[in-house]
Design a protein around this ligand. Structure first.
Ligand SMILES: Nc1ncnc2c1ncn2[C@@H]1O[C@H](COP(=O)(O)OP(=O)(O)OP(=O)(O)O)[C@@H](O)[C@H]1O
Length: 410
């Protein structure tokens, strides 16, 4: 039997009564049945269930999951979704813990709750396209098909940007560099760096350049008209180390620009011989104004990262000693940077089961031990602890993300 549009709609909302029984018995959340159209085809070919009864069953499914899951706090999604002023959520943590899946599921949930949402990846190894199962590459706003309100994705590709940067600087002897940097929101820096051989510099890029490029995009969010519509912006960040550099960079740039400005002021009061080096009075003034503007932008970014009313960094981890240790260090660094953190997602927890095999029983013990550690870490114990189950297939596509989102973000 062919898959009809009816099936396409229903498989987002329903689950098979068989699966409900099986979930109740084993505690495992199996989603292939929910999202595999072929299995659904078989389920629905026997009897087409009405939309309202599917909704009821869907609700039942989540009740069953809550009933079998260990005691946990909720993510207090009501607070995350309330209000129409723009809010930024940055999801970060150790590599491979599920940052992208959690970020994408949060973005889908916001969009389904009426927020025009943008999900941004600042991880050079992007996986948003894989997660949404849609091509979101290209470094520009790309609409995501499926959610109820507009959802756009933006994959910032610092590698590509750096290559383009190197190309223009080589081809145009530096004249194209300014245009490119303008495009990245860093035009003022180009003025300052005009005398340097940027191509050579980029052959051995300084640490933090990728993050600088990502940050310049954040600055654009604050200024460009096309981003005004978004009331929720979710960042899928690069693994921990990159994130910390990204967060400290505005301070670094602010300090550097401050030094350059001071130097300029000193120079402007110097002799006319020096004037020849830096050009005419107006040009010099103009450059100083531009630098000052860049500094203001950097201050805005820094304030954005630290603004408890508009921004929150959500730490994603898994129940292993190594991941939880790293999360604790991440929280400490974020606290040092004054970045607000409220929620800790512990992802990929084995769902409860009445009949564990030896391997699962061992794994469960191990996970429980790791989760217990959280209570002993002062950096983590005060956070809202949200537990997300390990599901038995990869989470890909909007319906799957919606499913995961309804478990995590409630
Ligand atoms: N709760 C879960 N249950 C089952 N699989 C999961 C779960 N969360 C994430 N995964 C899977 O784990 C893999 C890694 O997830 P994801 O890409 O979201 O992690 P990441 O932290 O963003 O990784 P990276 O650091 O490489 O960017 C993916 O295949 C994803 O489908």
């Amino acid at each position: 039997m062919a898959i009809t549009p009816y099936h396409a709609t229903t498989f987002k909302l329903s689950c098979s009564p068989n699966r409900l029984t099986s979930i109740a018995r084993t505690g495992f959340v199996s989603y292939p049945t929910l999202f595999n159209p072929y299995k659904l085809d078989a389920i629905f070919s026997s009897s087409l269930i009405s939309l309202s009864s599917q909704r009821k069953q869907s609700r039942k499914l989540f009740n069953v999951i809550s009933a079998v899951a260990p005691a946990e706090t909720t993510a207090e999604f009501d607070e995350m979704v309330s209000g129409t002023q723009r809010k930024y959520y940055m999801l970060g943590g150790k590599g491979g813990v599920g940052k992208t899946s959690c970020a994408a599921s949060l973005a889908v949930k916001f969009a389904n709750n009426g927020h025009p949402t943008l999900v941004v990846s600042t991880d050079p190894a992007h996986s948003l396209s894989d997660s949404f199962a849609q091509d979101l590459t290209g470094g520009t706003l790309v609409p995501v098909e499926g959610p109820l309100s507009p959802l756009f994705a933006l994959e910032i590709n610092p590698e590509k940007a750096r290559e383009e940067f190197r190309d223009v600087s080589k081809k145009n002897g530096g004249t194209g560099v300014k245009d490119f940097m303008d495009g990245m929101g860093l035009g003022m820096l180009a003025d300052q760096l005009g005398e340097l051989k940027l191509g050579e510099l980029l052959d051995t890029p300084p640490p933090g350049l990728d993050e600088a490029i990502a940050i310049s995009k954040v600055i654009q969010f604050l200024e460009l008209q096309e981003y005004n519509m978004f009331t929720r912006i979710v960042f899928d960040t690069a693994p921990t180390g990159h994130t910390l550099r990204l967060l400290s960079l505005p301070d670094f740039l602010d300090a550097s620009i401050g030094k350059i400005l001071k130097l300029r002021q000193k120079i402007s009061s110097a002799t006319s011989a020096i004037k020849n080096v830096f050009g005419q009075e107006e040009t010099r003034q103009d450059a100083s104004d531009k630098l000052e503007k860049l500094r203001e932008r950097m201050i805005k970014v820094r304030e954005l990262f630290r603004d408890t009313n508009s921004t929150e960094f959500v730490i994603v981890t898994i129940p292993t000693v190594m991941a939880i240790n790293e999360s604790s260090r991440l929280r400490a660094s974020l606290t040092k940077e004054n970045v607000p953190v409220k929620r800790l997602i512990v992802n990929q927890i084995l769902p409860p089961s009445a009949s564990d095999c030896k391997f699962c029983a061992m794994k469960r013990k191990d996970q429980t031990r790791a989760i217990d550690m959280i209570r002993n870490y002062p950096e983590l114990s005060s956070l809202l602890l949200v537990q997300a189950p390990l599901v038995d297939v990869e989470i890909r596509g909007v319906p799957a993300l919606q499913f995961l989102g309804d478990i995590i973000w409630k």
